[in-house]
Design a protein around this ligand. Structure first.
Ligand SMILES: Cc1ncc(COP(=O)(O)O)c(C=O)c1O
Length: 428
């Protein structure tokens, strides 16, 4: 097996093999990938999330200290004394788990406090809490949309949204493109009962912000509802870190505001916020909520405190933005293709899987933790190195990353490349 001849996508697309044969074939590929030091997945962290991370280096067998450029923990609230203390107190008071599903005894008073805190933070009437963000998107959409309905998706929405739409009609529009959205809305106008436009507030692989103000206006004009996934926007954009609706000054106008608790809030879980009626319906009909044990009490307590910290300590967000602006300006001046990144997520688009792996290997060796992103996470022609930054990365950390990237940019001829044509971008 020569893994350089294959990419992850090749194993995804195999339809004509028995499951065991397919797994064996993939296993051979993985073995060769490991031999070439090309696997940067599932590296084992020894100290958790922070600007520096100690990992167990599979290639040398020893501990390695790295600049961690891959966390979604943008404000490093995973390590904030207040979020830690809140979790610790809840652990003492309630024990380690909720003991049951939320409908049948697992709802604690602290879960209700969290539902109310999320609703207030997002400017919505109420909210429902899930144990993970994937389940909250997938399970809420599946409960709301039926066969005669249509989900109208930005082509770059997160996989959890696409999976949630499998029981309904799906239509895609070109990324953040209002003409394309309008065409789809026109086509769907009289054909479907419920029409729900779904977008991400901040796109997870590209770091750009959706044109949510225009999307809401356009969708409502065509009688469609709008749902936004605020996973990477919460705590990062908006004057008070409340996310995309706040950023565009349209709080209260988006029909469904969803998101995860696992990024800037630094814990785990997901939420959907909106009108009382919709949220109450989800409490009774959304399967990952109904049939899954409620969130741990310490998670709920840390999350409430995380929202308090975001409101009380805006300086964390200011520091994050100072880092974002510094890093973006410097990456651009080096000539990297960063798409339209506007937030803490920085893609270095390369469009060649082997080069992506080589660059990630070299960065790993230089002590910098970044992630390779390939199909199906992104379109094949847009495979990339994905980096993200935190408020407590120092200038020295960022300068070191920029120095290494400058060297690799020349070595692998990945700077100042022509942009990929929009027709070549597939739905991954
Ligand atoms: C945009 C987006 N939505 C949803 C999710 C799923 O969230 P979680 O990791 O909390 O399950 C992710 C996670 O990676 C994401 O990037």
């Amino acid at each position: 097996m020569n893994s350089k001849k294959y990419s992850l996508a090749d194993f995804y697309d195999i339809d004509d093999m028995d499951m065991m044969d397919r797994a064996k074939f993939f296993y051979e590929y993985l073995e060769d990938i490991h031999k070439n030091h090309h696997s940067q997945y599932r590296r084992i962290s020894l100290n958790g999330s922070g600007p520096m991370m100690s990992i167990f280096d599979p290639y040398t067998g020893i501990e390695k200290e790295m600049i961690y450029m891959a966390s979604n923990d943008y404000l490093n609230l995973t390590r904030h004394p207040r979020t830690i203390q809140a979790g610790r107190s809840a652990l003492e008071k309630y024990g380690t788990g909720a003991g049951s599903v939320p409908l049948l005894g697992g709802t604690l008073d602290i879960h209700i406090d969290l539902e109310k805190r999320v609703a207030a933070f997002k400017g919505c009437e109420s909210s429902i809490i899930y144990t993970n963000g994937f389940g909250s998107n997938c399970g809420s959409i599946a409960a709301l949309l039926r066969e005669n309905d249509v989900a109208i998706l930005d082509m770059l929405v997160h996989a959890s949204i696409i999976d949630g739409c499998k029981g309904t009609h799906m239509e895609y529009f070109r990324h953040n493109n209002m003409n394309s959205l309008e065409k789809v809305l026109q086509k769907c106008k009289d054909k479907f009962r419920t029409k729900l436009v779904i977008v991400d507030g901040v796109y997870s692989m590209d770091g750009d912000i959706s044109h949510l103000d225009k999307i809401v206006e356009l969708a409502h004009r065509y009688g469609a509802y709008v749902m936004v996934d605020e996973a990477h926007a919460t705590g990062v954009i908006g004057k008070n870190g409340r996310g995309t609706p706040e950023h565009f000054n349209i709080e209260g106008k988006v029909d469904i505001v969803a998101g995860t608790f696992s990024k800037a809030l630094g814990v785990v879980g997901g939420f959907v916020a909106g009108k009382n009626e919709i949220i109450e319906y989800l409490h009774y009909y959304s399967r990952p909520y109904m049939f899954s044990t409620a969130q741990t009490p310490q998670t709920a307590a840390s999350l409430i405190e995380a929202m308090n910290v975001i409101e009380d300590e805006p300086e964390l967000r200011m520091k994050l933005w100072k880092n974002i602006n510094y890093f973006r300006e410097n990456l651009l001046s080096l000539g990297f293709n960063m798409g339209n990144s506007q937030t803490a997520i920085f893609p270095v688009i390369i469009g060649n899987d082997v080069k992506v792996r080589e660059v990630c290997r070299e960065m790993h060796e230089a002590g910098i933790y970044v992630n390779p992103v390939q199909y199906p996470a992104v379109s094949r022609k847009l495979s990339r190195v994905r980096m993200s930054i935190m408020c407590n990365h120092t200038k020295e950390h960022l300068d070191r990353v920029l120095d290494v990237l400058e060297h690799l940019g020349k070595k692998y001829d990945i700077v100042n490349r022509p942009k990929v044509k929009v027709e070549d971008v597939e739905i991954a």
